[in-house]
Design a protein around this ligand. Sequence first.
Ligand code: UFG
Length: 326
Amino acid sequence: MILVTGGAGYIGAHTVRALQAAGFTPVIFDNFSTGHRSFVGGTALFEGDICSPSDLQNVFAKYPIEGVLHFAGKALVPESHANPEMYYRTNVTGGMNLLSAMKEFGVRHLIFSSTCATYGVPESVPITEAHPQRPINPYGETKLAFERAMRWFDESYGLQYLSLRYFNAAGADDSGQIGEDHDPETHLIPLALDAAAGRRPDVKIFGTDYPTPDGTCLRDYIHVSDLARAHVTGLRALLDGRVKSQAINLGTGRGYSVREVVECARRVTGREFTVRETLRRSGDPPVLVAAVNRAKELLGWTAVESDLDRIVASAWKWLMIRHRPG
Ligand code: UFG
């Protein structure tokens, strides 16, 4: 069985479905602090907290686990500035609890949800995995701390890991059952679509004076279903011993500006909404775009569902289903 920490969260839930479709048997480990009970469906569930060593020991004792996908964690940049302690506690201490339990139970294969936020402000784009990692927020810092811990667990105990550094995860699968649903929501695409749906008065553009073609930030948006598939491919490669421990970027290699995303939301929804240009948000690098060669060479993986219109259309469908009248 495959343990999926945070399997009731946004990316975790999509990956659980992809694992099942590929013939794996996942068990979700989640404390529902940000995950959704409705995302679990009929999947095996162990309700627990990575901050509790005994919860982790109990789940490893209960199930014959051969590999772990580690999604559980805190993942909001503004929140990480407001409460770094919580980010260290969950992402670092909780992560260490997981590594200790894996060591104790002899489980050696781990796929970790990492992030382009570990790079900080890029010195060069597209960003390769060898780019220096100098995070500019506690979120990225705590993700990097766990990446480093995995490296030493590999050297000392033979942990086999992949650290998948996501760029901007977005969109929803076709089922209509799972999608992005954060509280508070801070991400651009759901906020723009909320404005299109009339659920918010407007969408704000944070900064129009960046050194980019239209003055707004460029991001590499990757469909969550592409991310989910990368985890399954990565897990297979790891279990078969075809890849060694390392980091792999997951993105498309193409950046879209905030203005382009807002235009796309107008085009896809066919709705007009108010856009307000405001000051920069702190901690936003101007450009985050992935170099994607490593994922292709090592895993044979490329994004195939990440056309921006397709991402936005899938997120719109998810919003419409969730907020259907009656
Ligand atoms: N933005 C706006 N208005 C908004 C929200 C966002 O203009 O209302 C802009 C941001 O300034 C940024 C871009 O849209 O330039 C994308 O912002 P998101 O908040 O959607 O995503 P981020 O780029 O901030 O994502 C970062 C990291 C990810 C990480 C995520 C966690 O790049 O790796 O934070 O929240 F997972």
